[in-house]
Design a protein. Sequence first.
Lengths: 598, 198
Amino acid sequence: MPSASTAAAVADTPQRLRGKAAVQQYIGKKMSGAEIFLHALEAEDARVVFGHPGGAVIHVYDEMARVQPNFKHVLVRHEQGGTHAAEGYAKATGEVGTVLVTSGPGATNTVTGIADAFMDSVPIVVFTGQVPLPLIGNDAFQETDTLGVTRSITKHNYLVRAPEDIPRIVHEAYHLARTGRPGPVVVDLPKDVLMAEGVFRFNEAIRMRGYSVPHECDEVRLRRAVRMIESSQRPLLYVGGGVINANACEALTEFARHMNIPVTTSLHGLGAFPEDDPLSLGMLGMHGMWWANQAVQHADLIIAVGARFDDRVTGMVDRWAPHAAIIHIEIDKSCISKNIYADLAFNADARAVLEELRPLVRPRKVKRWLNKIRDWRKECPLSYADDGELRPQFVLERLRAKTGGNAVAITDVGQNQMWAAQYLKFTQPRSHITSGGLGTMGFSLPAALGAGLGLRAYGIDKTVISINGDGGFMMNAQELAVAAAHGVPLKVVIMNNNFLGMVRQWQELFHENRFSHTDLTDTNPDFVQLARASRCAAFRAERPDQVEDVIDQAWAVDDRPAVMEFRVVKEEMVFPMVPAGKSSDEMITSRHAPETFV
Amino acid sequence: MNQDTLTLTPQQLIRKRAAGEPVEPGAPPQIHQRIINVLLENSMGALIRVVNMFSARGFNLDSVAVGVTDDPTISRLCIVTSGNERVISQILRQLNRLVDTIQVDDVTGADFVERELCIIKVRCRGAKRAEVLQVNEIFRGRVVDVTPDVLALEIVGPTRKVDAFVNLMRPHGIDEIARSGRVAMQRAPQPEHGPEHD
């Protein structure tokens, strides 16, 4: 039998204290489940709730009008937009995002966002209405088995059965979402539980005997790591989003500079290590830098931190990093030795391990290795044609120049996402937000809305740029009006090539130019008109010489979103590229060199 | 573009061995059957989370036996599964990752007692009946139901014993069979685990 359950202490962050203070006055009072729920959210210091009302949660909305809780409710126009907005909020601020929707279709519409948050370790809590408990299972109006539907895409999910349970379950849900490897938690709220009366009680201690945050970082492991690092000739740090989640970017940067180890990052790791540092190799993987992949294939030691060896990183697993021993620092044990065997693993918080390890290791003398990487860098640099046509890479370079990197870029999925990853040169954590694992088109705009409102709620003044293709933009374009309504001055970029560009690229490279159902010319709206109809400012550039002007005009708008449509060349492709399932040795570097580049 | 075994780097060999993947060309995959005990919150939906995880991640689930423990808030699962080293280690870690799992033990390597219960209806009359009852006696089975044509027998033991009994009954004509799936428990205090999956 396991030992008696232990209560996890909850750190007294300013947010925590603010939450506690907000609900003191309600403790011990009798009220409806719906009101208990609102105060439970206040106790978690949820500052923005992205929601959409409906029958099953109507009492929550009713109490919201009556009680006036201290958080801001943002009415999104589609529940999927709500979940992505919560993700953007969470990723930009590092706090838990909150969603409130009704039962049935309200709940099922959140599924894509929940799955996205699960893949990308984003802390969000999604509250779904449910039909009254006695009706569950009867195919009642707007009934869906939300627990069943979300079981395999959540870190955990709950069905609440009594109003008194609400504060405990809400507290556990936020704790689960935030700690360890972050992720989405769903709480299903039956209508009768929200209507019933109960006493508001709030206990801060968390008692979950099946859940704890691991810390496997002992003397033996540390000594072994030191030996492995000190005996390596060609070490490499491979950094993922876990470093940002663990607030370990500073520790990582010190670690890398102290030891003189070059750093490559996954898509989600962008921003964890400044790309203007000479040790930075930028992104690795399918559309990563050629030199970064070369470094992987030649390294004799890879220290993976907060990364999960996704197939977009490794390509063919059997051929990835064939000479490298692996040290894996990772909070989620199931990610260790899942795709690539780890010779040494720290199942622990990244910051703690990096900070413990750094003073133990002497700086590495790896001049030859760094020179080798410098040569690779010269051999195959990023490039695009400078021929008077408007190309997306040029637009991104101009955007980078405008912001100096001091902005949050939220990208959609596809070519726009990969070009942004290659050209925006991120230097700050939480300055790059994207849908990586699930690859959800339509992510960027609602996530930017959430990020903008989140930064505002925490008093952080940063420009939020939403970067889209014309395909993905249309998938959640309804949230544009929401951003306008709340006066969020998003800078919305649409790279319009009138194509589903990434699919088009694969069709050209691997499917003999059969552009099956990827041409959007006939179905795309006039984006400038669409934006203006949604109460946004809108501008368009068709030639490179108009780009600067459009960007300046957009940046001058400060009370609503500014949409910039760039009519870019449709044939442009993202290079270099490791074709799916191929080895990282086999990068295609241009349209004209489809043969293996070794 | 496939590399053959001869050109594998030392590091690639280490990875293949650790995963339990065959290193020599043509060698059979190293698939082992494992018995995993799980202590689980005895709450609505906890069991389905475990079973769902197996199906969602494509793991084998040969049998599951579940029942409440002496603590009514905890139930105990005995899972029989199979796979190579990499797969088994993933199964254990994914089980541990579930919030409702309190403890996960791979008992396969340890000294454990294992039992399965089987109720079997055998068609037999006359002299045949004496023969069936004799075998039942040898296996220390119990007769739980009798009709002129059918004997229902209950047999308890390790899976191999139950298998053997079922095979002996087969020629007589099995009407119906119900097996509980395995349950297992370690004998001694729990020994230290190896480094693979702790």
